[in-house]
Design a protein around this ligand. Sequence first.
Ligand code: ADP
Ligand code: MG
Length: 353
Amino acid sequence: MASVELRRLTKHYGPVAAVDEVSLKVEHGLLVCLLGPSGCGKTTTLRLIAGFIEPSAGEIHVGSRIVSSPERTLPPEQRNMSMIFQSYALWPHMTVAQNVSYGLTLRKLDRETIAKKLATILATTHLQALADRYPGELSGGQQQRVALARALIVEPETLLLDEPLSNLDANLREEMRFEVRRLHDAYRYTTVYVTHDQSEAMTTADLIAVMNAGKIEQAGTPEEIYDRPRSEFVARFIGSSNIVKGKNLDLSRIAFAGASLLCEGARLASGGETAVSIRQHDIRLLTSPPQTAENIMAATVIRQVFLGDSRDYMVEVAGGTQLRVVAPAEQNIPQGAAVWLHLPPERCRALVG
Ligand code: ADP
Ligand code: MG
């Protein structure tokens, strides 16, 4: 049983900090996603954890051991970790069974033990019928399962996955997300899962660490990251937010579109400006002015599109700011109509940075 902890982990390539003082603790048995755009340092972080590269500064702890520091880096084979690469890296000249059992053959286990472990893992990954095929005779999803089986047969404490589903088509990607989660739950190792796909992270992770330019911007449960983004970067990266800006009126209100907007999240500094995020489906459209004035503003419908299960509106408020609103499909308001927007205060998040 081993937690994985990064302490101010840093990796420089020349002047570039690919990973910049990243601190994160993953308790044993959790599945954490490193989520962020291309180039933000996800793969470098994973390679540091695996021990393929050495940190420039900072440490990696696994349980009570320090496995990486600038002074000493334990080689990958002594870490009890398995890593799955984006390309799967299966051996083309070996059958599924040979690919999967390779790690045990290397460890010189006896044939009977290998056969037993192989049968078990082929069964859990639904590969029994394909045991004698070669990788070239498998679909992308099947190859992915072979890569998973090969990584899991050695019973790692920690499983590292680098964009494991990016080579699969959309349907299969969705199915394999659940497969990754199912296997994680069955074996309860610690998983670090790298992806740039927010819905993949939301569906698989216990904990999401959103990365930007080598740093973790925010770490939390999928609900926390989605409902309470702390920065503009996180609010924009995780799904569909409107970001509005205005002068601070007091600790929790900004002036926006002729209204005073009450929000939650960061306390506002007097005299400054603050960005506030609100999800597209959290704004309500009203066709007549309500009794209360709190967080209400007048707007005009610029356009609307029927999407089957909802309607996608673009509305414009005083000052010219346009907001996207996802409304129920049956709420059909024509282009050019006057509307009132209600932005519930508990859905308005004041952001920092
Ligand atoms: P991600 O996996 O999030 O797309 P990477 O960790 O691969 O990002 O890369 C982060 C940054 O570090 C990028 O700017 C990349 O160009 C740089 N980088 C990664 N590996 C190397 C390397 N071996 N040499 C020089 N720069 C590198
Ligand atoms: Mg990468």
